[in-house]
Design a protein around this ligand. Structure first.
Ligand SMILES: Cc1cc2nc3c(=O)[nH]c(=O)nc-3n(C[C@H](O)[C@H](O)[C@H](O)COP(=O)(O)O)c2cc1C
Length: 303
């Protein structure tokens, strides 16, 4: 029997498969399709201090082997998530969830973290730093070493849970940002978020997305994500959750060999809502095919 279990900073997961933030909501709709308790965990929709309606539409565009989105962090806000969504979640998901939070200032990240501290259902706080810092010219926290350090340090100072920083791939050298987060006390990292891209509506002679640009994800980004996980694994000593373009059990194994301790699956979930279930069911046979008896043993095996 293949041992699929992995461990993220003390959080034991039955398997490494985690639906990625923004592609699984708060899990409720998916729980009507299958028993989502088979998942390792899931990362809930990026939640902010205030409720957000997100960006104007169109905010999704197809691409070859992927998709662009400019959803813009649509969510009901942390108060509602804590008072209504999370209590309801226990009715359809018995495991601990990964709480993905976003902010437009360090204070907003700290605010959300403090709200989640007392919630036993939250196993890990995942800090999405691909957000513009409104107090620093709108530059994303995740593209600046100093901002990434500061937001990590501020969240770690108040968090009672393990803190994983979700990195942006839209940087010259992701290892510099990864190292800064580790230095600031991050318990782990998650990478990658989406790659900035755009498409043009040729007939209308204007950008296809109302927001003009959006984040590229899906199979097209897999080799980029894999390369970044591989590089970051060589730079830090904290666990990495690998994400970006994963759509098969083989991809999961490849990503783990690059250095991921667990994986997240985003765009593929939107194309096939059963993809995580299918991958979990296929993993033992695919692992056996490659002579793997325990997934923990292959983390970073390609180095
Ligand atoms: C529609 C959509 C919404 C997303 N929303 C979030 C979000 O709220 N927070 C976040 O950290 N990442 C968000 N992401 C990024 C994904 O979690 C993931 O990191 C990225 O899409 C790469 O994985 P994939 O290629 O499997 O989709 C979103 C992605 C998509 C496609």
């Amino acid at each position: 029997m293949v041992d699929l279990s992995v461990n993220l900073s003390g959080l034991e997961l039955d398997n490494p498969v985690i639906p990625a933030s923004g592609c699984f909501g708060y899990g409720e709709e998916f729980s009507e399709l299958y028993d989502i308790n088979i998942l390792g965990s899931f990362s809930f929709k990026g939640t902010t201090k205030e409720p957000r309606y997100g960006n104007p539409t169109p905010r999704i565009a197809e691409t070859s082997s992927g998709m662009l989105n400019s959803v813009g962090l649509q969510n009901p806000g942390i108060e509602k998530v804590v008072s209504e969504v999370l209590p309801r979640m226990s009715g359809y998901f018995s495991k601990k969830v990964i709480a993905n939070i976003s902010g437009f200032s360090i204070d907003e990240y700290v605010y959300c973290t403090e709200k989640l501290n007392g919630i036993p259902k939250v196993g890990i706080i995942e800090v999405n730093i691909s957000c513009p810092n409104i107090h620093d010219g709108g530059m994303s926290f995740g593209t600046d070493e100093k901002s990434a350090y500061e937001v990590t340090r501020a969240v770690k100072a108040v968090s009672k849970k393990p803190v994983y920083i979700k990195l942006s791939p839209n940087v010259t050298d992701i290892t510099v940002i990864a190292k800064a987060c580790e230095k600031a006390g991050a318990d782990g990292l998650c990478l990658i978020n989406t790659l900035l891209g755009m498409r043009i509506d040729v007939k209308g002679r204007k950008p296809l997305l109302a927001n003009k640009t959006g984040g590229l994800s899906g199979p097209a980004v897999f080799p980029v994500a894999l390369r970044m996980v591989y590089q970051v694994f060589e730079t830090v000593d904290i666990p990495i959750i690998g994400a970006g373009g994963i759509s098969s059990a083989e991809d999961v194994i490849e990503m783990m060999m690059a250095g991921a301790a667990a994986v997240q699956i985003g765009a593929a979930t939107l194309k096939n809502p059963y993809i995580c279930k299918e991958i979990i069911e296929l993993l033992p046979a695919v692992a056996e095919k490659y002579g793997i008896s325990s997934l923990k043993e292959i983390i970073g095996a390609a180095h």
